[in-house]
Design a protein around this ligand. Sequence first.
Ligand code: S3P
Length: 173
Amino acid sequence: MAARLIITGFMGSGKTSVARELAASLGWRFCDADAEAEKRMGMSIAEAFDRLGEAGFREVEVETVGSLLDETAGSVDNTVVALGGGAVTSKAVRERLAAEPLVLYLDVDVDTAFARAADGTRPLARDREQFGRLYEQRQGLYREVATRVVDSRGMDIGELVQRISKIIEEGGA
Ligand code: S3P
């Protein structure tokens, strides 16, 4: 059976960059749930928040994550899936993740996360206080779904890729 690693974590934790590099280094397929949701909606996430509201975006996100997991489960390719930072706020996503053997929480400190995430593209990374509140609120959710936690503090992408490759080699969770 093909292996699958799912990476979760807050905005700006480096999920997408790490997942992409890791997939390239292992020769695995890389899937990004945010990019898939944008494709499905035919608009950017920022636009979706404006037009559908956050609740509307979350509905699409739940469907997207569900289809991605269904599709990659039947695939012969090993896959790394990067989730959007708020996917874990949906119960349906958390229930899907509960059946996954390898869900990695990429932990990051809030200041580093904000410095990376506040690039204007993320509707929930515009206000530093709101960002900090969300960061606190979500810690429990990431830990609930994760089978492994990797602290990214002080590590660059190459080091994270090495660390996560080792976790996979050792059999994951
Ligand atoms: C969000 C995180 C974003 C994106 C959207 C909402 C969140 O993904 O899905 O802007 O609620 O944390 P990244 O974590 O990839 O930035």
